[in-house]
Design a protein around this ligand. Sequence first.
Ligand code: SF4
Length: 380
Amino acid sequence: MCLQALPQGDGVPGQVSGRLTAEILQRSIAGERIHEAEALHLFEMAALPDLSLAAMAWRNWHNDPSKVSYVVDRNVNYTDICNVYCTFCAFYHRPGDSRGYVLTREQLQQKAEETLALGGSGFLLQGGVNPDLPWDYYLNLIRFLHHDLGIWVHGFSPVEIQMMAKLSGQSLLKTLGDLRDAGLGSIPGGGAEILVERIRTRIAPLKGGPDRWLEVMDAAHEVGFRTTGTMMYGIGETLAERVEHFRVLREQQDRANARNNGGGHTAFAAWPFQSGNTVWAGKIPKPTDVEYLRTISIARIYLDNFTHMQSSWVTMGRKIGQLALHYGCDDMGSLMLEENVVSATGTCYSVNRDEMNRMIRGAGFEPWQRDNVYGLAEMG
Ligand code: SF4
C-alpha cells in the first residue's frame, strides 16, 4: 500500500495532494512518526483518499487487517444532576431541580440483568458532577455493580474523579487506588473535548483547563488503569488546536508506555459536537461527514502509539460509521444498549447485535465481540 508516485506541484487543498503532502504521507506509511506541523499540513492540504491509505497502514500495523471489533455494553448515567454547567451539554439538571435523578439500586440491578442477558460485558458508567453524593456512594456503587452483579465497570470521567478526590480528601493516586480496590475496571476519557485552554474556558469554564483532565489520566495510568482518549471537535477550535489536542494525548501515551505497568489509553474516539438543545444550536456550523473522515484518519496517522481507533457511528450514523473503517478505525465501539447524553441533543443511532455484524461485514470486515479493554468477550 503506497502512493504510487510523488505528484508534482502544490496540489489542490483537500483534493489533490501536492509533493510535500505526499512526502509526509509516504514517510508515515513507512512507519515514521509525523510532527505537529506535518499533521496540520495534512489537515489543510491532503486529499481524502491519500489520508485513507496512510491511516489504514497504521491501522493494519496495530490490528488484524481483516477484523473489526465492537463491545456489547450499556451506557448508564447514574445521575444527571451536575454543577459544572458545560455550555455544550443538553443532558444535565442543576442541583435542586426536581427533574434531576439518581438511579436506585433496583434500577441499576435491572439494567445489569438486561445487559448480561444480552451477552453484554459491562457498563459505561458516567454521571453529572452531583454535589449531593458522598464519597462512600461511589465505592459502594462500584462494589454493588462489580462484586454483587458481575458487571465490568468502565466508569467515571476525569471531572468526576477530581470531585471524588476532593470529597475523600485524598490525593488522586489514593482516590484512584480506592476505586480500583472497590472494583472499578477501566476509565473512559469523557470530558476531554478539546484539550486547549482557550476552548475549555469558552465551553466548560468550571471544568478546568487541559491539565486537569491530563493529570487525572496520568494518575490513572500510574495506578495501572486502562483508559480511552477522546475528542469532541467542531466547537470553535482551529485546526492547529485540534493538532494540539492530538499532541498532548500522544505525549501522555508515550509516558504511559514508558511506565510499562499495563496502564495507558486503549483507544481513541472522536466525534463532532452536536449542538441540538444547547445554547450553541444554530450558532456553530455542524462539521461535515468529510471533516469527520479527515479528522479520524489524521488522528490515526498522528496517534501512532494508540492501538485502537473507534468509529463514532452513534453520532455519524451507520454509513459514515462503516466508511470510517476505511479511514483508520478498527473498532465500532458500543452497541449502545442505552444512550442518554448524545440522545439529549437529538442525535443518536443504535443497533442490535445482528445489525452490528451486518454493518461490519457490509464494510468488508469480520466482526468480533470484545470486552471493555479489548480482550475477547466471554460469552455467557
Ligand atoms: S458534560 Fe458532564 S460535566 Fe459538563 S454539564 Fe454535562 S454532565 Fe456536567
